[in-house]
Unconditional design. Structure first.
Length: 165
């Protein structure tokens, strides 16, 4: 834990084994992020109408039933835990890189805010208004944008040679 209090870039100064572990974690996170994007596109649909249909159901060429309370609860339960743990690790690595506090704050704030919106949006769509699907779209965009620097920039600094003094 002392490493997190060091100024500068302690990632590239970590042992080879630690850098390998963090690298593999980030690779798995990138794979998870890619599958998140593909699932949002192909399972639910990227558009407003597809998202509303996914949560509220509809008749058409295929009958879709509204998501039930327990189904949304199970999704929220799983996502709250896994996304919380993922963000905890990603943001810890992200604060270890030599960027301005302002940039770090914006990226971290967007990642947590959009993830929280992602947890709330299904409930709002199902029980408040179909227009809450706009919030779901905003959450996906925010997560899509903010998670990438959380994964890619630390990966770069893990293997960048520290400047010689």
């Amino acid at each position: 834990m002392k490493s997190f209090t060091k100024p500068g870039n302690w990632l590239s100064e970590s042992s080879f084994e630690v850098r390998c572990i963090y690298t593999l974690f980030l690779v798995f996170a990138l794979i998870g992020h890619a599958s998140f994007i593909l699932m949002a596109i192909f399972r639910v649909g990227p558009g407003f109408q597809e998202i509303v249909r996914h949560y509220l159901g509809a008749e058409g060429t295929e009958i879709a039933f509204p998501k039930e309370f327990v189904e949304i609860l199970e999704i929220t339960h799983f996502h709250a835990y896994i996304e919380g743990i993922l963000l905890l690790v990603l943001t810890h690595l992200f604060v270890a890189i030599p960027l301005s506090k302002r940039v770090k704050g914006w990226v971290i704030g967007l990642s947590y805010g959009s993830t929280l919106l992602d947890l709330i949006a299904p409930w709002a769509i199902r029980y408040l208004s179909p227009y809450a699907a706009i919030g779901q779209i905003a959450a996906w965009i925010g997560m899509g944008i903010s998670y990438l620097p959380l994964m890619i920039i630390p990966l770069y600094f893990l293997w960048r040679k520290p400047p010689s003094n």
